[in-house]
Write a protein that binds this ligand. Sequence first.
Ligand code: EPU
Length: 335
Amino acid sequence: MIYSNYNLKSLNSFGLDTYAKTFIFIDKENDLLDINDTSLSEKNIILGGGSNTVFVNDYFDGTIISIRNKGINIVQEGDDFVILDAFSGEVWNDVVSFCAKKGWWGIENLAAVFGNVGAVAVQNIGAYGAELRDCFMECLTYNPLKKEWKTYVNEDLNFGYRYSIFKNQKELEIIWKIRLRLSKTMKINNSYAAINNKIIEENLNISTPLDMVNLVTKIRNSKLPDPKVLGNCGSFFKNPIVSESHFELLKKKFSSIPSYEVENGVKLAAGWLIEQCGWKGKRVGNVGMHNKQALIMVNYGNAKGEEILNLAYEIEKSVKNKFNVELEKEVHIIL
Ligand code: EPU
């Protein structure tokens, strides 16, 4: 289905009231034929759940391709593993719930991450000590201009922190489905302090993936605003990585600074840095940083692109001034 001048308000979790020149819904394989020289523009965007996309203008002068193909298929099952395909238009959390209810381990710590399946591979979603890449096998993509299907295995995607090669993809390439390998053997991932502390504090018995889904969902819901109530895109910035020497200097000045050792340096908590700069719970016009998680920018109703970009800029500037740390946006800004 192709539409002109289509409103995107209900299709982006920030709740921005933007219109797109051309909008194409893709529900089944045959719909891919709708993507052609006539329907495409100079600017073309693939939209999943719209939970990481911020449209900063009232009008997007291009084509948006919305992927809504559904399905979860079991490809292979053994005594202790299962391989399944999830189609890109599935809501990610529905896939997590489906697998957890079956008793399959691997993605339970990624519960309640909003967005659709296609997008989770693009940015290698991660939360509570797990990342998609841990159980991602491959994905099937379609290039509508070349009319070409292609399979990428895990190693091809060069996964990193909130990164895959699709992040910098210049060509239009639609992720059609992803393939995951999950375990039927109990594999509790309680490496993340917030999870482990909660298990100890509340003396919880985690024996199924569904127990973990419930715990993670509870923790997330206690901190992260529901986009249906307060528009947001989850973390607005990435957690920055600084060098060991830079970290040593920061540690001397700010002894309680949270940090995590990573391969290429030390990862800092952007939420903490932003809070220290006084932005937590602060509202500027129609936007602000959430009062329970300073890393999340929220839309109080009628946010305009300019307000979003201005607040982001002010935050970047104050974090740079106080800590000499550059923040990088995690959300995808569409101009
Ligand atoms: N912190 C503060 N103030 C705040 C927020 C956080 O001091 O306002 C501190 C916390 O006390 C903690 C540290 O910062 O010491 C880390 O906080 P948290 O565990 O809440 O996680 P995060 O680093 O802020 C990341 C992901 C989230 C993911 C959580 C849990 C990024 C950019 N964000 O947030 O992902 O859910 O870890 O694993 O990596 C998302 O990508 O949209 C997202 C929500």
